[in-house]
Structure formats: structure tokens, C-alpha cells
Design a protein around this ligand. Sequence first.
Ligand SMILES: [Zn+2]
Length: 210
Amino acid sequence: MTYRILGNGEPVRLLVAGLHGSEWKDTSDILENIRAPKEGTLAVIPVVSKGNYVSTLDDTYFTGIGQPIIEAVEGLRPCIYIELHSYSAKNLAALTDPDRLNISGVPPFSRLDHDVLLGSVGPFIRRKYFPPQALCLTFEIQKDNSLSKLHASELIDIVKECISKEEFIRFMFGRYPKQAENVIRDYRNFYGMQDNLEMFMKKQVGRDRK
Ligand SMILES: [Zn+2]
């Protein structure tokens, strides 16, 4: 077993950091110091690999150095799955480029406060290992930016307490309405999921405008 378990019962969330290369330096201590959720289970893998950098968009990542993640997903069946990555400031424009789908084949990240980026996880793990109703997110922390890391930690503390995807979406619409709309639109377009997210979004936006 490569993961650590905090709390117990449903729902089950899995948070992973240090997925490749030197990213563990910017991300792992957030999960090492995380506390048990008030309700349900939190499983963490603070360091997946300190080895070579293989992108999680590369299918061989999850059959190679990312294998511990797959083992945890198959063993725990989490309904919330979060990857914590880090990026260099010079890549900010490319990661948030509205045209990223055409350039890299995946939707752009949304920019939150302190240059924390929010997006989905790679298509391979999303499609193969999670049902459509699962919440799968990536947070990207900007390297050498302590405020970025602090803000990401605060967001992680909120996500780890969420008992459902809907609860997290509700939080996002309160805090980051524009980005939340973009994330959900990209998610739906990219994965073609016909779940009730769109309905939920419309209801939520309608309620907020009253
Ligand atoms: Zn990464």
C-alpha cells in the first residue's frame, strides 16, 4: 500500500502530489501536513515519484511511474481525485492559452488567485478509471511563489472537506464564478459527459442572480 489513510467511511477522496521530476519539492509537504477530514476518508500519496519527468498526458505515465496512483484508485474507488502539480512561471501563458485544446489536445487551465491554476486530470486516467460523476481536478502551483502555494493549500483544505462534487462546484461558483463556468464548459466539451452538471450550473447561476 503506497497511500496513507486519514479518517474513515464515505466519501473517499484521493489526493496525490509529487507526481514527477522535482515537483515533490513544491507540492509534497502540503499532503504530508494535511489533517483528517471531518467526514469520510482522505487517502494521500505525498510523493508518487522523484524520478524522471514523464507527463501525465503521456499514457505511459500511469502504466509506469504513476502505477501507485492506479493501484490506489482501484483499491479505494474515490469519488474525488485531486492531483497537485507545480509549473514554472514562464509556462503560465501556454497552460492558460484559450487555444490550448488545438495546440496540446487538452483544455486550458483556469487561473485562480496567486497564479494557482485549476483544470482536469489527464484524459487517460479520467476516462479509463473514473465514472463520469467523479470529481477529478488538477491544481498547479507556481514554482518559487509562496503565496501561490499558500492559496493552493487553502483550496485543498476546502476540497478535502467536500462530501460531493456538487458541494465543490457550489463553492467554486461562490468564489470563482467565471472560472467555474469555464472549467465546467471545457470539461463537458472535452469529455462529452451528459450528466446533470449543466443543469446544476444553470440553476446555481440563476439562484446567484436573484
Ligand atoms: Zn506535473
